[in-house]
Ligand binder design. Structure first.
Ligand code: SAM
Length: 278
């Protein structure tokens, strides 16, 4: 049953991230990282906020030289390259979207980082890594695409060494959300399987992880999507819009607006959790 749920969730995510419009959206994200940023003021560019959120996770996870990090759902592996450069660690980046994997490989080679960053196909419901082989399991803003979330977290625990750290950020849903708001949210995220901040926290504790640092907020989501939406709007005349189809472009622009609206309504938030496997 859950196998079917996981396969359906993975197929839907793959379709979304392999679609031509997503390459244009990746350009709006800055071409490297694709996740929520934490901003100190309204002038900071998207990239600065995104590096800050990765930095918060990396510091809490105490990343350092010679550690091996499994970065699951890696997008185009911008985070993997950033971590390898900044913390001198080795990163095994995995993803299911073939277009992103190809771009990730291209960018990693262009940076001359193949000795520290590997890019491979991997579904986070069933990782291609041995038990206890990783110092850190890392994922930013991707698990909301998953099917059986407990299965994903169990995989994280399995591949971690004892004393290894889980560094996770994701979108969260306000558990008190009115039923009337749900169809809108499903339209925004393209699915109805988001967890709340408390549910992640509770699940990690029940699984025996020792929580080291957590955060939750709504502001980072609207700050991030407002920046992204205005950059994406500037790309309207890009030849890639013709290739992807104007309908796909309009729909993406509309959905970016919904993210901002639902964050401002305090329905969709974001959080991070850094925890240690005993
Ligand atoms: C919002 S992007 C985040 C990318 C990356 N974490 C970053 O911060 O740049 C979400 C990613 O999740 C990936 N994804 C979704 N479902 C997945 C699954 N079942 N297994 C592995 N990756 C998945 C998508 O292909 C996409 O690359």
């Amino acid at each position: 049953m859950n196998e079917e749920l996981n396969a359906a969730a993975s197929a839907a995510a793959k379709e979304r991230y392999d679609a031509p419009i997503y390459s244009l959206l990746t350009q709006a994200w800055g071409g490297e990282m694709i996740h929520v940023g934490m901003f100190e003021d309204n002038e900071e560019p998207l990239e600065v906020g995104m590096e800050r959120s990765s930095h918060c996770l990396a510091e809490a996870a105490a990343l350092g030289p010679d550690m091996v990090v499994a970065e699951v759902a890696c997008g185009v592996a911008g985070v993997a390259r950033h971590l390898a450069k900044t913390y001198d660690c080795k990163v095994r980046a995995s993803n299911i979207a073939e277009t992103q994997l190809a771009r990730a490989q291209e960018l990693t080679e262009a940076d001359g980082l193949e000795d520290r960053v590997t890019v491979e196909y991997g579904d986070f419901h069933e990782l291609p890594y041995d038990d206890g082989s990783m110092d850190c399991w890392w994922s930013q803003d991707s698990l909301y695409h998953g099917g059986d979330r407990l299965r994903v977290l169990t995989e994280a625990r399995r591949v971690l060494k004892s004393g290894g750290r889980l560094a996770l950020s994701d979108f969260v849903l306000d558990p008190e959300i009115p039923d009337a708001a749900r169809p809108h949210i499903e339209d925004v995220v393209g699915g109805s399987n988001m967890w709340s901040y408390e549910r992640y926290r509770g699940a990690l504790e029940v699984m025996g992880f020792r929580l080291l640092e957590t955060f939750q907020g709504f502001r980072p989501v609207s700050d991030t999507f407002a920046r992204l939406r205005s950059r994406f709007a500037e790309l309207e005349a890009d030849p890639a819009v013709r290739e992807a189809g104007p309908e796909a472009y309009d729909r993406t622009l509309y959905r970016l607006g919904l993210w901002i609206e639902e964050a401002d309504n305090h329905h969709i938030g974001w959080g991070y959790w850094v925890a240690e496997k005993p």
